[in-house]
Design a protein around this ligand. Structure first.
Ligand code: ATP
Length: 301
């Protein structure tokens, strides 16, 4: 189990992370999200024992985490930092030997993963001759080659095509089934919703949203109503109590209401219209909740 407890990190006078606490259990995928500069990388570095918290503690299975735990951790960083002139095999051996894995085992595991990612004959290829997606596969392999107990994935799917994204998902799920703890960071909220049960959103080092995704969604009162009907007047919708925004998207109206209970009033008005083809009341999407909490900057980064 990983326990991050009241962690603070200062760089000089500047607080990059403040009062951060969360727990990850074996087999859990945990979302750590935030806009640029929110404090994610700082948090990852503290978890890997590369930076010491100014306050608080980070423990792995009850013991304070240090750089010696690096053998148990896999980290796929957001910036792709492969050494371009090495061959795939040289690069994988380089990273894996930093994690104290004997070379024969590295080779055996490398062959398995190259096969699994459909690039079995890539051992001798130079990194700088690989496509972006294949470089990403190699980077992913370097982060899982030690069968990590804790796997940190920062934007693992950026730039991958849908088939390779599925392949990555399948492998991450396998690690999850084997009991690895996975920290997942991304700006693509749909991935978070399908992947993680719990999450934390950081903004300027402070936690602005946290908990179980299903609970976060349940607690968030705002809803949308999707309407397709003839003769609808925007100003009439806006005049209804509880309506705080009205948008048009393709052929449908989207009416934003403060709480589900206001849907009835909207329905009373829509009933007076002709050709009502749609009236769906929907819970807010996770991405809408994020934007509400951290501002529109989130989806643009
Ligand atoms: P991004 O998504 O852009 O990578 P992040 O959430 O990973 O952002 P961090 O890299 O942890 O954010 O940075 C958090 C804050 O701390 C930023 O304001 C950054 O400028 C600052 N910071 C990071 N490293 C240092 C450092 N070594 N010295 C001083 N300030 C730093």
């Amino acid at each position: 189990m990983l326990i991050v407890s009241n962690v603070k990190k200062n760089y000089g006078d500047f607080t990059a992370v403040n009062n951060l606490s969360f727990t990850i259990k074996p087999g859990e995928v945990f979302g750590l999200l935030g806009t640029n500069g929110a404090g994610k990388t700082t948090t990852f570095k503290m978890i890997m024992g590369l930076l010491e918290p100014t306050e608080g503690s980070i423990t792995l299975d009850g013991k304070e985490i240090t750089y010696d735990d690096v053998d148990k951790i896999g980290y796929m960083i957001e910036e792709r930092s492969l050494l371009p002139r090495l061959t795939v095999k040289e690069l994988i051996i380089h990273y894996a030997s930093l994690k104290s894995i004997p070379e024969d085992i590295i080779i055996e595991r490398m062959k398995y993963w190259l096969e699994r990612f459909n690039i079995p004959d890539y051992e001798e290829k130079k990194i700088n001759t690989l496509s972006k997606g294949n470089q990403q596969k190699i980077q992913f392999i370097t982060s899982i080659i030690n069968n990590p107990q804790l796997l940190i994935l920062d934007e693992p799917f950026s730039g991958l095509d849908p088939l390779n994204t599925l392949k990555f998902v399948e492998v991450i799920r396998d690690f999850q089934k084997k009991g690895s703890m996975i920290i997942f960071s991304t700006h693509q909220i749909d991935h978070v919703e399908s992947f993680c049960e719990n999450l934390i959103v950081l903004e300027k080092g402070e936690v602005v949203l946290e908990g179980q995704i299903s609970e976060i969604k349940k607690d968030y009162k705002k809803h949308s109503i999707l309407i397709v009907a003839d003769g609808l007047k925007e100003e009439k919708l806006r005049a209804i109590e509880g309506v705080y925004d009205v948008l048009i998207d393709a052929n449908q109206w989207i009416v934003k209401i403060e709480d589900e209970s206001y849907a009835n009033e909207v329905f009373k008005y829509v009933k007076t219209l002709k050709n009502i083809m749609k009236f769906d009341v929907e819970q807010a999407k996770l991405s809408e909740i994020f934007i509400d909490k951290v501002g529109d900057a989130y989806e643009q980064v």
